[in-house]
Design a binder for this molecule. Structure first.
Ligand code: NAP
Ligand code: MN
Length: 264
């Protein structure tokens, strides 16, 4: 089995990585690779959810992913550093349950006629590049829905629903539901301007089109963020591909939600 690792850059994560590597090598059947071109079977992310986001964008849809969290309990990592022996044993035994998480896909159309296609596992964020209002016409399945004025809009995946989306009171969506969620960041609502002011959850094959009025905006794609000039519109839908997790132990999504947000 070919394994690639993606690490958070801190001393403790390094130590955990050294230990995992040593124990896996002792068991003998693993080969470590460092390049997506080497087609790893398994990508091991050691760090936080942010580390995992980095890993999926580096290695894409082919491998299976598994995570060890070196900080607090993560949404994308199952194992604690004090469980390395059990982890190695589980890997040796094989037979993980493969769980697939939906992604979101977007096409960014710019004034020069170009289309940039991107995908995310957490969310796409739109904000104005300055502190003035972001103005966006929202179309759903080709029909005008509303004009948004405010700080920003988030289109999140189910697994991203516990991240930025949750901070703006979006709903938490179970990752077995193939959907995208549109959430508002500080919309202006008065007699002049009106938005729905609730998060919308859309199924596969539905499309959100965001017509951008600002000359430049900030676009966030998971960890990556950039200022884009001349964006005309962004269309978002449930992604055609899913990210595959190797589950060697059972921790239900709702348990994870409870442990992360209510109490351990
Ligand atoms: P970060 O600043 O470390 O991330 C903020 C927090 O979000 C961290 O605690 C991170 O966990 C957690 N997180 C990431 N993905 C999550 C998920 N799917 N469910 C629950 N929590 C999650 O930056 P980062 O590590 O590069 O992560 C990027 C993400 O930060 C973005 O995708 C966005 O969702 C989130 N974010 C949130 C806000 C907000 O809540 N107001 C604002 C900006 C960005 P770790 O500590 O384990 O990395
Ligand atoms: Mn982080």
């Amino acid at each position: 089995m070919k394994i690639a690792m993606v690490l958070r850059k801190d001393e403790y994560t390094r130590e955990v990585e050294q230990l995992v590597r040593k124990k896996l090598l002792q068991s003998g059947t693993y080969q470590f690779v460092t390049d997506p071109a080497a087609d790893p079977d398994l990508v091991l992310s050691i760090g936080g959810d942010g580390t995992f986001l980095e890993a999926v964008h580096q290695y894409g849809f082919a491998p299976h992913y598994v995570g060890i969290h070196t900080g607090h309990l993560g949404f994308y990592a199952d194992w604690r550093p004090d469980e390395i022996d059990q982890f190695v044993q589980a890997l040796d035994e094989g037979n993980p349950v493969i769980v697939e998480y939906p992604t979101a896909e977007c096409q960014i159309h710019t004034a020069d006629g170009k289309t940039h296609t991107e995908w995310v596992i957490n969310e796409i964020v739109l904000r104005n590049a300055s502190l003035s209002t972001l103005v966006v016409s929202v179309f759903i399945n080709g029909k005008e829905f509303e004009t948004f004025r405010g700080d920003g809009l988030i289109v999140s995946t189910p697994s991203g629903s516990t991240a930025y989306n949750k901070a703006v009171d979006g709903a938490i969506v179970h990752p077995s539901i193939e959907a995208i969620q549109l959430s508002e960041i500080a919309s202006i609502n008065n007699r002049m301007y009106r938005t729905i002011n609730s998060s919308l959850v859309l199924p596969r094959h539905h499309e959100i089109e965001l017509i951008v009025m600002n000359p430049q905006i900030m676009i966030g794609l998971d960890r990556e963020q950039d200022v884009w000039k001349g964006v005309r519109s962004i269309t978002c839908r449930v992604g055609s591909r899913k990210v595959k997790f190797a589950r060697y132990k059972q921790l239900s999504f709702w348990e994870r939600v409870r442990k992360s947000f209510i109490s351990e």
